[in-house]
Design a protein around this ligand. Structure first.
Ligand SMILES: [Zn+2]
Length: 285
């Protein structure tokens, strides 16, 4: 299904994620240094930005797993990843939807499985400006703990470019309206690679903001944005990140993940990171 079978319907006319509607991170100053104690330059909320905007920023929130796929399962309380991440995602949706200029959606809002490509498809169909997948980590050693954040890696980028080009002849809109079938395939490949490169570059900047917010409420498992070949991060034109909130395999973090308080903190941290990425103030608490 989805990308693999080439059924993805082109929905977005923009070539690159940075062909923006709003202040994009790429046009902003550098992302914050993670866990830095230095004061960050205070960005003043520009009223004109929201007035000029004609459509809300669409944030697609993806609670990992679901249905027959429980995800990781906690050792101590048998907490299921699919339940915890759905709670966090719902809080995040509610918080973002309270804000003017944002429209938050979920790839699933109940306990059912959605295929990975379908999640990407949903984001593209909704013309999402940002995609965030929410997970809880697990490792064989119970000592592993902390939050981490991933964007797509080079390997995922290259293989995705190939797949999109090979199986989506009607994705011409992705490369600025150029008709892939009649133009040089090599140019199409270069443009597709550029789109993915811009996506990952934007995602890394948003990701750094989110990771910085997470560092205020939890320790970080890895202090830098990491890269991995995750299928849900493969929209060529939507900045996409995957957050590992904490470790269900760590007894203390499992306990915290079950609490409404910590779920709320996670949701607000992710939300504030997104807000900062779009040049807004962090107002969620
Ligand atoms: Zn997961």
């Amino acid at each position: 299904a989805g990308i693999e079978s080439g059924t993805l319907v082109p929905v977005k006319p923009e070539v690159q994620p940075s062909a923006g509607k709003t202040p994009k991170p790429s046009s902003q100053s550098k992302p914050p240094v993670i866990a830095s104690t230095k004061k960050k330059p205070q960005k003043t909320e520009t009223k004109t930005t929201s007035k000029r905007r004609t459509r809300a920023l669409v944030i697609m929130i993806d609670p990992g797993h679901g249905g027959e796929d429980p995800g990781a399962i906690g050792k101590r309380y048998r907490t299921r990843e699919k339940d915890v991440v759905l709670s966090v995602a719902k809080i995040l949706r509610a918080e973002l939807n309270r804000l003017e200029g944002f429209r938050a959606l979920l790839t699933r809002d109940g306990d059912y499985f959605v295929p990975l490509q379908r999640r990407v498809q949903k984001a593209r169909a909704a013309k999402a400006d940002f995609f965030v997948s929410i997970h809880a980590d697990a490792w064989v050693k119970p000592a592993a703990k902390g939050s981490s954040l991933f964007v797509l890696n080079t390997k995922g980028r290259v293989s995705s470019s190939n797949k999109w080009l090979a199986r989506n002849q009607n994705n011409a809109d992705l490369i600025g309206g150029a008709n892939i079938s009649t133009k040089d395939k090599q140019i199409a490949r270069i443009l597709m690679d550029m789109s993915f490169t811009a996506q990952v570059s934007d995602s890394t900047i948003y990701g750094a903001y989110i990771l910085n917010e997470l560092s205020r409420i939890n320790q970080l498992h890895k202090s830098k944005v990491e890269q991995a070949n995750f299928a849900v991060l493969k929209a060529p034109d939507i900045p996409s990140v995957l957050v590992e909130t904490a470790f269900l395999s760590n007894p203390e973090e499992e306990r915290k993940l079950r609490t409404q308080t910590f779920q709320r903190k996670l949701a607000c941290a992710i939300g504030n990171g997104i807000l900062k990425g779009f040049g807004r103030k962090a107002v969620l608490a």
